[in-house]
Design a protein around this ligand. Structure first.
Ligand SMILES: [Zn+2]
Length: 394
């Protein structure tokens, strides 16, 4: 079954009036009805009706205290997205860790939990759903409205449609699935809405490596064209599970760099146990251990060069580097950008690092979970939905 990797991050002037209004309010923050009307192109009467329905449903709320700040004569009290009434459930299935999170309707993560899982095992979706129910129990009064599940599906050997269908059964909620790199890119895009016309290239690296492209079409913005860089040839001597040698993921992924540190006995206590330590320990060790810093700098240079060659292929208007392999160690950010600038043949281009650090997987999953809400806001509200979320309470 073919699943499109496209995630719609901005629906612009397409879709239901309630969806357009909710999206504009989220973008503006605190919004007056006339502002919403001018940015959506909807009539003031249509906006007023949609605001009324969304407020009644608990998706928007009025902010009377902010009503006079923008000048006299504006009709009505401004509104904002109500972050307290509902939550989404965001699930990220990684190779070694599954993350379960609850997000509010602005996309902010309000609770999260991590579950270790064994690589290659089928994810325990029932156990993950129970974790979600436990998180919900800690936030009384909030009703779940939708679920988003993201993962590197191809690498995990899982069909997202099957995972989505099972989670739909378990949670009783509408489920949206997404490729995790596209989800990370969508998240980054949504949180920097301004100044992103044209094509934005997102290069992601942690345990998996790949890229996604956001294309702002004016009426609608989609994140698509996801490419894997897992087996990009680097010339290293590391064996890959694909049978070849020198693939990028086994050379520069977090797991790979940890194994390299252990194999080189860069820190004595690691070699004694044989355990793979956490990547954050490696980053911390770089401050006092020159050999660790050198290892990280070599990886940074490699990732910078790979990002540059993807940039030269895609020719985007800007490049955003995301994932902890890019952002985890502040000591080597300069090595990444220097290697990028040196390797790219197309001259200067704005390059930035995501503002999201270790929490990116949770935010990305909650962003994908917002899809059903922003497609049909009133359709996900409990009581109007065909299947209430009773299953989660079990
Ligand atoms: Zn390979």
């Amino acid at each position: 079954m073919h699943i499109s990797p496209t995630i719609t991050v901005s629906r612009g002037r397409l879709g239901l009036a309630t969806a357009q209004v909710l999206e504009q309010v989220r973008a503006i923050g605190v919004a007056h009805r006339d502002e919403i009307a001018s940015s959506t192109g909807l009539s003031l009467a249509t906006v007023g009706r949609a605001v009324g329905q969304l407020t009644e449903a608990g998706l928007l709320r009025e902010c009377p205290r902010k009503g006079r700040a923008r000048g006299l004569g504006r009709p009505g009290i401004p509104v904002e997205v109500d972050p307290d009434a509902y939550v989404t459930i965001g699930i990220h299935v990684g190779r070694r860790i599954a993350t379960v999170a609850l997000g509010d309707l602005t996309g902010r993560v309000v609770a999260q939990d991590a579950v270790r899982r064994s690589a290659g095992a089928v994810p325990d979706l029932a156990g993950i759903s129970r974790r979600a129910a436990a998180l919900l129990a800690g936030l009384p009064g909030r009703a779940p409205v939708s679920t988003g599940v993201v993962g590197p599906w191809r690498e995990l050997g899982l069909a997202p449609s099957n995972v989505g269908a099972e989670l739909g059964e378990l949670t009783g909620l509408p489920v949206r699935t997404g490729d995790h790199i596209a989800a990370v890119a969508a998240t980054e895009f949504l949180h920097r809405r301004h100044g992103t016309p044209g094509v934005t290239l997102y290069v992601y690296a942690r345990d998996t490596v790949g890229f996604a492209v956001a294309v702002d079409k004016g009426t609608q913005t989609e994140v698509s064209r996801v490419g894997s860089l897992s087996h990009y040839p680097t010339g290293s001597h590391v064996s890959c599970w694909c049978g070849r040698t020198g693939c990028l993921e086994v050379t520069a992924g977090d797991d790979a760099v940890l194994r390299a540190a252990r194999d080189a006995c860069l820190l004595e206590d690691w070699s004694a146990t044989g355990d793979i330590p956490s990547i954050t320990r490696l980053y911390a060790a770089a401050a006092s251990e020159p050999a660790v810093l050198e290892l990280l700098r070599r990886r940074a240079g490699l990732l910078g060069r790979v990002a540059a060659s993807v940039r030269d292929i895609v020719a985007p208007d800007r490049v955003v580097l995301v994932g902890q392999a890019f952002t985890g160690s502040s000591a080597v950010l300069g090595d990444i950008t220097d290697a990028f600038a040196e390797a790219s043949a197309l001259g200067e281009v704005p390059v930035s690092f995501t503002r999201f650090g270790a929490g990116i997987q949770a935010v990305a999953a909650c962003t994908v979970a917002l899809g059903p809400v922003y497609d049909d806001p009133l359709g996900v509200v409990p009581g109007r939905r065909p299947h209430p979320s009773a299953a989660l309470a079990d």
